[in-house]
Design a protein around this ligand. Structure first.
Ligand SMILES: Cc1cc2nc3c(=O)[nH]c(=O)nc-3n(C[C@H](O)[C@H](O)[C@H](O)COP(=O)(O)OP(=O)(O)OC[C@H]3O[C@@H](n4cnc5c(N)ncnc54)[C@H](O)[C@@H]3O)c2cc1C
Length: 398
């Protein structure tokens, strides 16, 4: 192969990309692997960006997933500050913005996601977003600049975690959410309301069911006018309105998509030799078979490994029910399984402590669980949900 030709080209340099490369090597794959990332850093972990990186707890300046030398040791070529711009499936090549083109045997799309932007709130010195380590450093510096109030637009995981971190730093926070409860796509209203109450008790002003309608500068501050007429004056605004898969560079291609790419359980797209994993991909859910986006850490890690196994022809591992975790106001929150289709919630433990499991039940079977302050209960919750799922599966033949 010529020097720009590789056996496996991984577009994207986050968790899914790193896990694909690592699993390939662990499985003994000895082909040429190149990882192509638009950020100037080796793959790093994003969860600390909204937590310890902001609060300044001891830790590495960039939370790398593997030390920089790991890539050389495992003969994984890192091409940093290089953005995939064009994909030519016929020639099996990906071209960068600078015009250089790389040919591949297999292509893995692991470009993650971008923060969703709001036309009403253009970014600037006082209106920030959070996805990268550079974003986190900018936000950390801004939070340390003697500011009185931070307004966060969006009560998803990132918005709520930043609300928690900023509160710990002594900054007053207003959290604004258009939906009636936080995390409304993942959690039923009763559990979303519990989260809202956790923030309110910690001193966060939580404003639900309201959107930002207009924005203006007033007296050196940013004033947000909300849909109910209320005005919030903030020194700093964080737009945390969710994320969109970073697949825009594939929009006019055979994959023809501007969202997450539907793949099979091995991460194969509809185009031969092309795979996807992580936030840019949509794997079939193990219990329903439906393609449901899971833009969370564990899914990205598992999917990156699943793609590597598919590439080398190794058997796939049993798919787990989806899971995410979050740390807010000193409480470890974990969610496993599904919330939709639950017909009731059974609480086990003490809600106020908080130290409880909220079981999402369909009939007598748990289909999901939210754990608050119970990190060690996760394996058991997973097992119960996976077992219920198995017992609900219909036999293929009678
Ligand atoms: C602040 C923050 C906190 C989080 N906390 C949690 C948590 O507590 N728990 C949890 O379960 N999940 C959490 N997540 C989600 C989790 O980190 C993501 O689901 C995971 O990082 C997805 O991995 P990925 O590899 O798909 O994408 P990413 O980690 O986004 O990596 C994709 C990489 O590809 C690069 N890229 C994009 N486009 C291109 C291109 N065209 N060419 C080349 N490179 C490109 C990007 O710059 C990026 O470096 C958090 C996310 C954020 C942002």
């Amino acid at each position: 192969m010529r020097s720009n030709d590789v056996d496996v080209l991984i577009a994207g340099g986050g968790l899914a990309a790193q896990r694909t490369a690592e699993t390939l090597r662990r499985l003994g794959y000895d082909g040429r692997v190149r990882l192509l990332c638009d950020e100037p850093y080796a793959p790093y972990n994003r969860p600390p960006l909204s937590k310890t990186v902001l609060t300044g707890e001891p830790g590495p300046e960039t939370p790398l997933l593997r030390p920089a030398r790991w890539y050389a040791d495992h003969e994984v070529e890192l091409l940093l500050a290089a953005r995939a711009a064009l994909w030519d499936p016929t020639a099996r090549r990906v071209c960068l913005y600078d015009g250089a083109c790389l040919r591949y045997g297999r292509l893995v799309i692991a470009t993650g996601s971008h923060p969703r932007r709001l036309p009403v709130l253009p970014l600037g010195d006082k209106v920030l977003e959070l996805r990268t380590i550079d974003d986190a450093r900018k936000l950390r510096d801004a939070l340390s600049c003697d500011i009185e109030r931070l307004a966060i637009v969006g009560a998803g995981l990132v918005g709520m975690e930043v609300a928690s971190s900023a509160t710990a730093l002594g900054v007053a926070v207003t959290l604004i959410e258009a939906a009636p409860t936080p995390l409304s796509r993942a959690l039923p209203p009763a559990l979303g309301s519990w989260l809202a109450a956790l923030h309110t008790r910690a001193g966060v002003e939580v404003l639900l069911g309201r959107c930002v309608e207009t924005v203006r500068e007033k007296g050196g501050r940013t004033e947000l006018k909300l849909s109910d007429g209320q005005r919030i004056a903030a020194d700093l605004v964080l737009v945390a309105a969710g994320s969109i898969p970073a697949t825009e560079w594939l929009a006019d291609t055979a994959l023809g998509c501007t969202g997450a790419l539907d793949v099979d359980a091995g991460g194969r797209t509809a185009v031969p030799h092309v795979y996807a994993a992580g936030d840019a991909a949509c794997f079939p859910d193990p219990s329903t078979g439906c393609h449901i986006p899971t833009p969370h850490w564990e899914a990205a890690a598992q999917q990156g490994a699943a793609v590597a196994r598919a590439i080398v022809g190794a058997p796939s591992e049993a798919a787990q029910p989806p899971m995410f975790w979050s740390d807010q106001h000193g409480v470890r929150i974990q969610f496993v399984g599904h919330a939709e289709q639950a017909d009731r919630i059974d609480i086990e433990g003490a809600i106020d402590a908080p130290d409880f499991t909220a079981w999402l039940m369909r009939g007598e079977e748990p289909i999901g669980a939210l754990l608050a302050g119970r990190p060690r209960a996760l394996p058991d919750a997973r097992c119960r949900i996976a077992a219920a799922r198995t017992s609900n599966e219909l036999p293929v033949t009678a």
